[in-house]
Write a protein that binds this ligand. Structure first.
Ligand code: NAD
Length: 322
């Protein structure tokens, strides 16, 4: 098979590329490097079965050209910054909604019949059912990013139904692991490199998450691909348990052998759009035989070890933009 992977130089995208190549597929990557890293494609770049287009998916012609001769698309590129969303009122519309439409329209014109899309568990918001199933109530959206993911899901479903496309929509919990270059583990490790004696935590540390290792996430997408029928298939992808942020902090600090003073930001969510609890019912996937290979704690610790071994990831980023 010949796959197009958007966001190929990103965290999840680069793991997806590596896995598809290891499984014997041809892979075309596309990335603008807005947050992606060339280093993440170091292995892939040595493969004769991999090629990369450096370009912005916002440009329809670029997308149309990249889609030539492709059998299926992993659409993983997106603006992934939630916290600073309101500083950029158009960014999620452009990068997550219009770009997704560009992909769908290029697929329609090229006759590509399968899309796999990385949505987010954040669209469940302050979930009233825990663990949250795929048909659980969708919240009134509080972040521009989750609003844009929900809109993108709607376009994907409409294109799937309208043009005979098979769509797999993955609502991802917090994905962690090697090459993780944003999110709380990254932010905390960066802070502790600068000042090992104190850690600033946004909010009160009571949020709960179900961190999942990136390899388990890629496994889930590939297993679902074998089973999904047309037109629209939605899968929650998260670990089977959850933990409070304070537990994750204790794993991070113990892995780093540090005992910092922890300064919490205060009550309430860390920022507008941060869900108090993300705990997904992933039984649709487990019924297909999927099981995370790594537990929450091991996944967090592996991420910390990777970041300790790769301090270059911390350079050149503005303060607070994890
Ligand atoms: N990491 C998580 O915990 C998580 C959780 C929920 C959903 N997701 C979704 O999974 C996907 C991958 O996330 P990630 O964590 O790997 O993020 P990432 O930022 O590491 O990867 C995104 C990649 O897309 C590229 N990109 C962004 N806009 C582009 C554009 N217009 N044209 C070309 N390239 C572009 C970036 O350069 C980057 O390489 C995203 O869609 C994200 O919303 C991730």
């Amino acid at each position: 098979m010949r796959y197009l992977v958007t966001g190929a130089a990103g965290f999840i995208g680069s793991h997806t590329v590596d896995r598809l190549l290891a499984d014997g597929h041809e892979v075309i990557g596309i990335d603008s490097y807005i947050t992606g890293k060339r280093e993440f494609l170091a292995n892939a770049s040595t493969s004769p079965h991999f090629s990369l287009t450096v370009g912005d998916l916002f440009d329809f012609t670029t997308v149309l050209e990249a889609c030539e001769g492709v059998d299926a698309v992993f659409h993983l590129a997106a603006n992934t910054d939630v916290r600073y969303g309101t500083d950029h009122p158009r960014r999620d519309l452009d990068q997550n909604v219009i770009v997704t439409w560009n992909i769908l329209e290029a697929m329609r014109r090229r006759g590509i019949k399968t899309i796999l899309f990385s949505s987010t568990a954040s669209i469940y918001g302050d979930a009233t059912i825990l663990p949250t199933p795929e048909d659980g109530p969708l919240a009134i959206q509080t972040s521009l990013q989750s609003a844009s993911k929900l809109a993108a899901e709607a376009f994907i479903a409409a294109y799937a139904n309208g043009y005979g496309i098979r769509a797999l929509i993955f609502r991802l919990a917090s994905i962690v692991g090697e090459r993780d270059s944003h999110g709380h583990i990254f932010d905390f490790c960066r802070q502790l490199r600068k000042h090992p004696d104190r850690l600033n935590v946004l909010g009160d540390g009571t949020v709960r998450r179900s961190y999942l290792d990136v390899a388990d996430c890629v496994d889930a997408m590939l297993l679902a691909l074998q089973h999904a029928a047309s037109p629209v298939n939605v899968f929650n992808v998260g670990s089977l348990t959850n933990c409070q942020l304070t537990e994750s902090i204790s794993w991070i600090t113990s892995e780093l052998n540090l005992q910092p003073v922890i300064e919490f930001g205060g009550p309430g969510p860390a920022w507008v759009g941060s869900s108090p609890v993300i705990f997904l019912d992933s039984s649709k996937l487990t019924s297909l035989g999927w099981q995370p290979k790594l537990g929450l704690e091991a996944a967090v610790r592996r991420t910390v070890n990777y970041l300790s071994a790769n301090p270059w990831l911390f350079s050149g980023l503005p303060e607070g933009r994890a």
